[in-house]
Design a protein around this ligand. Structure first.
Ligand code: NAP
Length: 550
């Protein structure tokens, strides 16, 4: 039976009987990152009995786990935080345009306290499985510690870049030195001083940590498989005056985020690169190179991300920048991407990255020229030689977008495991639900999220909250979607990436960074405003594409 339309009410009666059982919930949210905390806040505010589970010992999500040296925002600090709360906006002071991980973690702890979320957060709790009980219409959620919870609604807010992945190279168990993954970085200080260190991976995480390792290590070996188009972050401190201005213009900043495709204060220039002379075009590129953050990617000429030859002109400009910053011409050429153009993959931002390769204690090792064959007791064996190492840092990324969800071993109706259902790529309707997985919602999941994540997940959080209230108020036991609605959304998602320059890239957005994974587009390329419009339309049409059962 289809719903007839959303209700305006936000208060729901929670039966006393359920309150007495501390293992039974209206909703369980997984993930204490910026999205999960917001989802908890909304459900708590609506009067539901809700618990948030997180594997970490603190809140913060990716900003809890990725505590490696150099980890910082690539998005403007004040564009990433919560806008819904005036108190949070007025009480929090950002100190840098692109805040470092410790500051971001402090912000999310501040938000958890200020919003009164702690009583409903259970930390140190990793979900082991979630199985839908068709008779009771509840999810049975088990944890690795053996706890069992029952919940009507199960909401994943686990992030799209939070399931770390390692190379399939054998022998790590033989290696006797220290090793770390950037996304599982320990709280204790890790010293690189006087050590021979390898960093594997040159994506955003690798590019951020490498200058810090290079500063202290006796020798740093950078194991690079694919070079990236890396541009300067040009970070700067936020003064008291500027913070006052940010607060005063907060609404305007928010509106700029809401109207931009990326959910950031940046929008592409209203101009093509061919509207100007090559000299004027290069002058714009130079301006963008000196500009802060992702301006180069998000505030460029409109055709840079769409037109091959426009894209090539920027690639030539950036290649020359690398040549001008790296002394050894051979090393410089190895650092210049040849398999993709700027913006086909999410570009990392750097601070002194290229100059690292001018240091005598740094060696660039191309795993294309000399593939890694095994980890050994002493280090890494390649086809050419053994590298003896005191430490290996894996900056090797994630089983992106779906990995964090499927690793929870979710089983829907008819004993259908979600990881099998998604074997050929994710299937969702509006990125919110999958057929035969009733009352399971994804916030910040596949086929929905791209750009500044909190700006899109806040819309999902509100949508999911209203949908849950609608289910409860109307006495339904289940909300789910249909395979027909999923097909329609899949077609729309795939249509949106077809013919773009990104479509041909080998990137985590297609899962192609994980060996053996089937290629499928995992995000949504229609831009945040269009996504927002799509989910609002479905709701306004009486939750079109969703099915409600008593
Ligand atoms: P990533 O972009 O996937 O980079 C992983 C790196 O490891 C790549 O260079 C990859 O090479 C390499 N790699 C993976 N497996 C390998 C293997 N078997 N052998 C050799 N090299 C291997 O991951 P990430 O750097 O963690 O970043 C992922 C995303 O997280 C970013 O794109 C960004 O969206 C987000 N992030 C954001 C921030 C920020 O906002 N400040 C910071 C960090 C990350 P290939 O390219 O050849 O696959």
């Amino acid at each position: 039976m289809s719903g007839t339309g959303p209700s305006e009410s936000t208060e729901v009666e929670t039966p006393d009987a359920r309150l007495e059982d501390d293992r039974t919930f209206d909703a369980i949210v997984v993930g204490a990152g910026i999205t999960g905390l917001h989802q908890l806040y909304r459900l708590q505010e609506a009067g539901l009995k809700v618990r948030l589970l997180d594997a970490g010992s603190g809140v913060g999500g990716v900003w809890y786990w990725n505590r490696y040296p150099g980890a910082r925002f690539d998005a403007e600090s004040y564009s990433y935080g919560y806008f819904f709360s005036e108190e949070l906006r007025n009480e929090w002071t950002w100190t840098e345009e692109y805040a470092g991980q410790p500051e971001i973690e402090r912000y999310l702890n501040f938000a958890a306290d200020r919003l009164g979320l702690r009583p409903n957060i259970q930390l140190n709790t990793r979900v082991a499985s979630a199985t839908f009980d068709e008779n009771e219409h509840v999810w049975i959620v088990t944890t690795e510690a053996g706890e069992v919870f029952r919940t009507t609604f199960f909401i994943t807010a686990v992030g799209i870049l939070s399931a770390p992945q390692f190379p399939r190279t054998p022998g790590l168990d033989q290696y006797s030195g220290e090793w770390y993954h950037t996304a599982l970085w320990p709280k204790e200080e890790v010293s690189f001083a006087g050590k021979r260190v390898a960093v594997i991976g040159t994506g955003s995480s690798g590019v951020q940590i490498i200058p810090f390792v290079a500063e202290d290590a006796e020798h740093l070996f950078v194991f690079q498989r694919t070079p990236n188009w890396v541009t300067p972050i040009n970070n700067f401190a936020i003064t008291a005056e500027r913070m006052a201005e940010i607060r005063a213009t907060s609404e305007a900043i928010y509106q700029a985020c809401l109207t931009s495709p990326s959910g950031s204060p940046h929008s592409p220039m209203n101009m093509l690169s061919t509207d100007v002379t090559p000299e004027e075009r290069d002058a714009q590129f130079e301006r963008l190179y000196q500009a802060p953050g992702l301006t180069m990617a998000l505030g460029n000429f409109r055709d840079i991300s769409r037109n091959q030859s426009a894209n090539a002109s920027l690639n030539a400009f950036l290649a020359n920048k690398i040549r001008s910053r790296v002394n050894d011409p051979e090393v410089a050429e190895k650092l210049i991407p040849t398999d993709h153009g700027f913006g086909q993959k999410r570009p990392p931002l750097e601070n002194g990255y290229f100059e690292v390769f001018n240091q005598p204690n740094v060696t660039l090792v191309s795993t294309v020229d000399e593939p890694m064959t095994s980890f050994t007791e002493k280090g890494i064996q390649t086809t050419e030689q053994e590298y003896e190492l005191d430490m290996i840092v894996f900056a090797t990324g994630f089983e992106a977008v779906t990995g964090s969800i499927t690793r929870m071993n979710i089983t829907g109706k008819g004993g259908q495991p979600l990881d099998e259902y998604w074997l050929d790529g994710p299937r969702t309707y509006l990125g919110l639900q999958s057929a035969n997985f009733p009352n399971l919602f994804y916030v910040g999941g596949p086929q929905s999220a791209a750009g500044t994540i909190p700006r899109i997940t806040e819309t999902q959080v509100d949508w999911v909250t209203e949908c849950i209230l609608y289910v409860l108020e109307n006495g339904y036991s289940e909300v789910t979607t249909t395979t027909a609605a999923e097909d329609e959304w899949n077609d729309h998602v795939n249509e949106g990436i077809k013919g773009t320059l990104q479509e041909t890239a080998s990137s985590w957005a297609f899962g192609s960074n994980v060996e053996g994974r089937r290629r499928a587009y995992l995000l949504y390329n229609g831009g945040q405003p269009q996504y927002r419009q799509k989910i609002a339309e479905a709701k306004d049409a009486g939750y079109a594409g969703f099915v409600f059962n008593k």
